[in-house]
Design a protein around this ligand. Structure first.
Ligand SMILES: Nc1ncnc2c1ncn2[C@@H]1O[C@H](COP(=O)(O)OP(=O)(O)OP(=O)(O)O)[C@@H](O)[C@H]1O
Ligand SMILES: [Mg+2]
Length: 352
């Protein structure tokens, strides 16, 4: 065995090479396991015996070949009669000459898949139903209660209790108003937004407002293309992420890093249309705070999940909702001392 084939054999990920007709020229043991066939049975066999010809893996390979480059796509649904229910991240890389393509897969467990994308969306959906029911069923009687309390206030000498009722009804009303921003998926503005201007605005707001002595660092890709979206709503997204980061910082030496970069060829299924969109713009907000407990991590995008005494737990649910309206995705990695929220967004030209 050559050194190269020893490496390929040792890799835990399925690795294969297909030719111009999608016939398997090479498959490592992890790939044999993935397909449930031994090397002898796989050699020379068409990949199309396992996956649909019009499916996402075949499309990814065609794309790598036509671009002559490496293309990664997450959460590909490879389910079919031969493979059963399978979902994987896949990278296809055109080899010299652009005929042969190297394909690597990383299978996602159901749980990972849900955590990555579906959970925030489901949370947002349940949020929407709840918001409209609450708005409808509570706001009207609340206005009546407030009106009655005001009448009482005029008629009694002890103003304290009626005032308390007014203040509390106002608080409930404000909470409902903030939930109403979770209404139906709205078409976001199709403008071309300079994400660095968004981050500049967020930083200015944070520095004059809540962020206290935190140090900001910027790690920007100056050649980044414009994002397709809505300036004001993207400010809302990053303001919430920066606000959470600043809440998490240690009393001294707190650092928030804002970074942007261009990522070639990452595609995911769009929440709204189901079509696949390219999300080449990555914007990250990182802090050096204590981090998020692993048990809490899968739930942070759910509404009303908070560890803060005065938190509403709506910040990240709103982030997930707005990013979803932009057809983007948001992910979080957290270890003590380093928490990163990554937002992946489409670029402006692609939308039009
Ligand atoms: N950068 C971070 N570091 C540590 N924990 C975080 C971070 N971001 C979010 N969290 C955790 O996720 C929880 C949910 O955040 P979210 O923004 O949704 O609500 P919140 O900040 O508690 O309240 P609010 O509605 O005021 O934003 C937080 O209470 C916190 O425990
Ligand atoms: Mg928050």
């Amino acid at each position: 065995m050559t050194f190269e084939s020893q490496i390929a054999a040792a890799l835990p990920l399925p690795v294969m090479v297909v030719d111009g007709d999608l016939r398997l020229q090479f498959a490592n043991p992890a790939a044999e396991q993935f397909f449930g066939r031994g090397a002898a049975l796989l050699q020379g066999r068409s990949l199309l015996d396992f996956v649909a010809p019009d499916g996402p893996l075949a499309a990814l390979i065609a794309q790598a070949r036509s671009r002559g480059a490496s293309v990664t796509e997450r959460g590909l649904d490879l389910s079919g009669p031969r493979l059963g229910e399978r979902v994987a991240d896949a990278t296809a890389t055109a080899l010299a000459g652009n005929t042969q393509v190297l394909v690597t897969l990383q299978e996602c467990t159901r749980a990972q898949r849900m955590e990555r994308q579906l959970l925030p969306r489901d949370a947002v959906r349940s949020m929407h139903g709840m918001a409209s029911v609450l708005a409808h069923e509570i706001k009207n009687p609340l206005a009546a209660i407030r009106g009655a309390a005001q009448l009482l206030e005029d008629q009694t000498d002890d103003k304290g209790l009626p005032q308390l009722i007014c203040a509390e009804t106002d608080r409930i009303r404000a909470l409902i108003d903030s939930m109403e921003s979770f209404g139906d998926a709205e078409a976001v503005g199709q403008g071309a937004v300079n994400i660095h201007e968004v981050l500049g605005r967020v930083r200015a707001l944070a520095e004059t407002g809540f962020a206290g002595p935190a140090e900001f660092r910027e790690n920007f890709d100056p050649s980044l293309p414009a994002v397709a979206g809505d300036f004001g709503r993207l400010v809302q997204v990053f303001l919430n992420l920066v606000s959470n980061a600043s809440d998490a910082l240690p009393a001294q030496g707190g650092v928030i890093v804002l970074s942007t970069r261009y990522r070639q060829g990452l595609r995911v299924g769009s929440a709204s249309s189901g079509a696949r969109v390219t999300l080449p713009i990555e914007v990250a907000v990182q802090d050096n705070g204590a981090g998020i407990a692993p048990a809490l991590l899968p739930q942070i995008f759910d509404p009303f999940v908070t560890t803060k005494a005065s938190g509403k737990g709506l910040g990240l649910a709103l982030v997930a909702k707005i990013v979803g309206d932009h057809a983007g995705i948001v992910e979080c990695d957290s270890v003590p001392g380093r928490t990163t929220f990554r937002v992946l967004l489409p670029m402006a030209e692609e939308r039009s």
